[in-house]
Design a protein around this ligand. Sequence first.
Ligand code: ADP
Length: 262
Amino acid sequence: LDERLPIRGAEDEFDRLAATINGLLDRIAEYVAEKQSFVADAAHELRTPIAAIRSSVEVALAGERSTQDYRSLLEEVIEESASLEVLVNQVLLLSEAVVSHDQPIVESTALGEVVEKAVDMFRGVAESRGVCLTLAVQDNPLVVGVKPHLRQVVNNLIDNAIKYTGEGGSVQIDLSVDPTRGLAELVVADNGLGIGPADLPRVFDRFFRADRARQRDQTHGAGLGLSICKTIVEAHHGAIRCDSRPGEGARFTVTLPLKKEA
Ligand code: ADP
């Protein structure tokens, strides 16, 4: 993939063809490099929970221990297996969402229902962490979209908002419609940690985690959630952005095209 066709400078058909083929080769090389780095990053992240599981099992097998010790080692194994499962699902989802990028989406989804279900699902977690979850759904817009993928976007944003907002904080979710622009707009805003200006441009990168996030939540999350959101939203011809200031919370806005009436 490193070789390119020579351009003779004659500016004839052959030169144009060679330039087109070289351009295609550049794109293929970029695509392959991107895939390779994704696989390398994923493998690196998968190693962490696997190493932790192995180490717990080795400690358990190394000698006689109390029932309590065995129990806590097994609990660690369960916890790390859960992280592993989440990670594997995220990696699979990212590759699926990437595949669907090239195919037109024909399904439609009632976004209001997806958002309401997600909020119901997270109520218990929010309560246990002392975070107040409020929802304002003005409409139940029909958007062009694959339901499980859109559910994943909404879940990831609410999950993060709760995760990065401490005890006593609040998360506000708003769903509205902009009929003139033909868009549904979902906002998930929290008043938690926030994101610094240096990190803000990188939050949608694969495997990116701000240092503060890492310190706060050491075992869970590999920094894939937001890149999954972005990949899915863009595959749906929508847009996602984040506005935030450190200490003042974060506000994620997703816009998705409404399904056109037949
Ligand atoms: P993860 O949550 O697994 O670390 P994400 O891709 O979902 O991965 O998020 C990437 C990073 O963006 C997080 O590690 C955190 O630093 C930052 N982030 C995401 N959502 C928020 C939020 N609501 N408030 C503050 N920081 C956030």
